[in-house]
Design a protein around this ligand. Sequence first.
Ligand SMILES: [Zn+2]
Length: 153
Amino acid sequence: MACWNRLVQPRVLIARYPDEWRQTRAIRLAYAFEVIRWACQQMPGRSTLAPSSHAISVRSAYRTEGYQAQLKAAGYATAVKSQHLQGRALDLAPPAGMPTAQFYEVIHNLATTTIEEIAGIGEYSTFVHVDTRPNRARLATWHRTTQDAQRAA
Ligand SMILES: [Zn+2]
């Protein structure tokens, strides 16, 4: 649930993350991730697929300020108040054979029926951003499938 910024070994990096992230935020994200994974597996025609077909890749998770700066320097349009910097966001690639738009709909349905922790969902060309931002007044949603394909949401 945390990005490896390539400068620090993961075991060292994880110890640098705030206690609040390790004790609450990561758990909320892990819960959302597992429900999303389960829901995808239960979809018609998917439950009989090979286990490898159910894999959901985490493209991005917790980002340090340093890693965010690296992304910006590399030309990615990063959000100033990114939920990734708060340890509250995951960018997830859909499982094999599932279009990104369908994956977005699965997550949106879960966010409005089952997983109240999900407060933000963004659809991109190859992944869906999911976050658990605090004080959810309403579900924040956006679609950037035709532009900013390289955006690091
Ligand atoms: Zn994101």
